[in-house]
Design a protein around this ligand. Structure first.
Ligand SMILES: C[S@@+](CC[C@H](N)C(=O)[O-])C[C@H]1O[C@@H](n2cnc3c(N)ncnc32)[C@H](O)[C@@H]1O
Length: 269
């Protein structure tokens, strides 16, 4: 029998891995259980690049958020925000502009509980327990509405989350629904896993995730580009994770496709 630590909400199923907690393992976090660590170990054995891919995703998050604040967008809705880790969106954004506001949204109980715990007292952040397919619940949430001025541009952040929404659930429609509530100048950021560069590994990883509560759907570049809908991709467009506006002086990734994920930022015109 597994004992639940104090940070763990009582309602979670300790027998099934969750994407949020497995991702926490890849990043070296401590909010996970043996069932998650087991899946992470198997996944890394299969595909040793996985922790680097997750770090490349976090590095894209930091660059994209800094870019957005630099472009004057200081309101963020980070959906599928995960278990807090180093360099959370509010930390990156508030370093650039202390008035930046962030609403964190996740449907995983550990991600929501831990976000609430570490953000208590931060007046410029809110946490919403919701599914990204439920735009009404996210955008109608009292805490979110108190935090975000929907008359001004907002950035919706979807880092490494849309590959947990199967095609049958129409992720493009879910994203479009979120976009209809945003004024022009608002932005959409997506990072997304793909099987384009490592098809055999990606297929095996999907098999592993089938035993979690959150199976994965890898998408091609064209399919990820479609998810942007009416949002126009800003240069350099949809590229491999390390290729999206690398910081000056950052070592150039010799094989960016090894990072097996696409990255892009779109703007509503
Ligand atoms: C791989 S983690 C990514 C965390 C963070 N966005 C990042 O990129 O570092 C994916 C997160 O998406 C959440 N998630 C998956 N499907 C979701 C959905 N339909 N609605 C909201 N959150 C979801 C999971 O609970 C998990 O916390």
């Amino acid at each position: 029998m597994v004992t639940q630590p104090g940070w763990s909400p009582p309602e979670i199923d300790l027998r099934q891995p969750s994407a949020a907690r497995v991702y926490d393992c890849y990043l070296g976090g401590s909010h996970n259980f043996e069932v998650d660590r087991q899946l992470a170990r198997e996944a890394i054995e299969l595909w040793p690049d996985l922790p680097h891919i997750m770090q490349a995703n976090r590095a894209f998050l930091r660059r994209a958020v800094r870019f957005l604040v630099g472009s004057g967008v200081t309101q963020f809705i980070d959906i599928g925000s995960g278990i807090p880790t180093g360099g959370n969106v509010h930390e990156v954004a508030q370093r650039e502009d202390p008035a930046s506001r962030v609403v964190y949204v996740d449907r995983d109980p550990v991600a929501v509980a831990h976000s609430r715990a570490i953000l208590a007292g931060n007046e410029h952040t809110a946490v919403v327990d919701a599914d990204l397919r439920d735009a009404g619940r996210i955008l109608g949430d009292d805490a979110a509405r108190a935090m975000i001025d929907f008359e001004r541009p907002v950035a919706v952040l979807l880092f490494a989350v849309l590959h947990f929404v199967p095609d049958d659930d129409d992720p493009a429609a879910a994203v479009a629904e979120l976009g209809t509530h945003l004024v022009p100048g608002s932005c959409l950021v997506i990072s997304h896993a793909t099987s384009d560069s490592r098809p055999a590994l990606a297929a095996a990883l999907q098999q592993l995730y089938n035993r979690s509560a959150t199976p994965m759907t890898m998408r091609t570049a064209a399919q990820v580009a479609e998810l942007f809908g009416e949002f126009e991709l800003v240069p350099p467009g949809l590229v491999w994770l390390p290729q999206w506006r690398p910081d000056p002086g950052e070592p150039v990734e010799a094989e960016p496709e090894r990072m097996a994920g696409y990255a892009g930022v779109g703007r509503k015109t």
